[in-house]
Design a protein around this ligand. Structure first.
Ligand code: FES
Length: 98
């Protein structure tokens, strides 16, 4: 069974993977607080650090390229509202707003 670990200031939460769901949507569904205001890639309140399993996530979107610096993206930062799970596997992400 593939799982995703969502790390927040409140702790670590392990939930089942759902394909084509965004990190923000998955957190919401599991009652995990993952800041988000716009869900359009603008506010960056959902800023997420991918710690493991980037290969199971969608490609960086144009919105993320506009909002996040290249250096941040190179370090594995994404926007949780734009990041979707595309294949099963072990994934670990942390909520890291500015
Ligand atoms: S919720 Fe605003 S950028 Fe993700």
């Amino acid at each position: 069974m593939s799982a995703i670990t969502l790390l927040t200031r409140a702790g670590s939460h392990e939930v089942s993977i759902e394909l084509n769901q965004s990190i923000v949507a998955l957190a919401k569904k599991n009652n995990i607080v993952w800041g988000h205001a716009c869900q359009r890639g603008v506010c960056a309140q959902c800023r997420t650090h991918v710690l493991e399993g980037a290969e199971h996530l969608n490609e960086v979107t144009p919105e993320e390229k506009l909002r996040l610096r290249k250096a941040e993206r190179a370090e594995g930062y994404r926007l949780g509202c734009q990041t979707k799970i595309v294949s099963s596997g072990t994934i670990k992400v942390a909520h890291r707003p500015y």
